[in-house]
Write a protein that binds this ligand. Structure first.
Ligand SMILES: Cc1cc2nc3c(=O)[nH]c(=O)nc-3n(C[C@H](O)[C@H](O)[C@H](O)COP(=O)(O)O)c2cc1C
Length: 191
């Protein structure tokens, strides 16, 4: 193994990391978040691949992984869950960042810390993978997708319909991930 390789042996000769940004999205808002994160990380000079979960997506060819799924009924989408469980050992041995897209973001006053408990099983996933960070971003709330009573409850908690994605917050997070990846690349390069 040369000084520019990591344990997966995937680092390129230019010192750029191969980064996978994987996502699971039903209606497209999580895809949008993943695209934005991939673009920001890509500007930092890394070789970023954006991939939708499914078809046996495998992380072994990448140096680092960012993964996010939409939350529905307190669960990640099945293809997201399946991706994480199938790659759990490989994810545990790489730098990984996780995010969820749900009704409220984790910075929402009072409710924020509660949504960090979603999806069901996130604590176990965090224990197994030890991600560098886990964030929950607010997504898109379409009135037609929500039954009347749920909408009432949502309004009562201070939620509003529409696209609640906070691009500044997402960009900031992606910037932090990009910075950590640059440090990681330098660490691998200098052994
Ligand atoms: C039927 C339904 C169930 C949902 N359940 C949850 C939930 O349990 N927790 C949550 O935070 N958000 C929930 N949401 C909100 C979605 O996560 C949000 O709309 C997200 O932006 C969808 O992502 P996507 O566009 O990538 O599919 C739900 C939305 C719908 C329509």
């Amino acid at each position: 193994m040369t000084s520019t390789e990591n344990s997966a042996g995937t680092m390129s000769s230019t010192g750029a990391l191969r980064v996978l940004v994987a996502y699971a999205s039903r209606f497209g808002s999580t895809r949008g978040v993943a695209e934005r994160i991939a673009a920001t990380i890509g500007r930092g000079g890394h070789r970023v691949e954006l991939q939708v979960c499914g078809d046996g997506l495998d992380v072994s060819a990448y140096d680092a992984v960012v993964f996010g799924s939409a939350v529905f009924n307190q669960r990640w989408l099945p293809e997201g869950d399946e991706f994480v469980q199938r790659n759990i050992d490989a994810l545990a041995s790489r730098p990984v960042w996780l995010f969820s897209v749900g009704t409220f973001g984790d910075r929402k006053r009072l409710i924020g810390p509660l949504v960090k408990r979603e999806p069901t099983g996130i604590r176990e996933v965090q224990r197994s993978i030890r991600p560098r960070d886990y964030r929950v971003f607010a997504g898109v709330i379409d009135r037609h997708q929500w039954p009347f009573l749920s909408r009432l409850f949502y309004h009562a908690l201070g939620g509003r319909l529409g696209d609640n994605r906070d691009w500044r917050e997402i960009d900031e997070w992606a910037g932090v991930v990009g910075h950590a990846l640059r440090l990681e690349a330098r660490r691998l390069e200098h052994g």
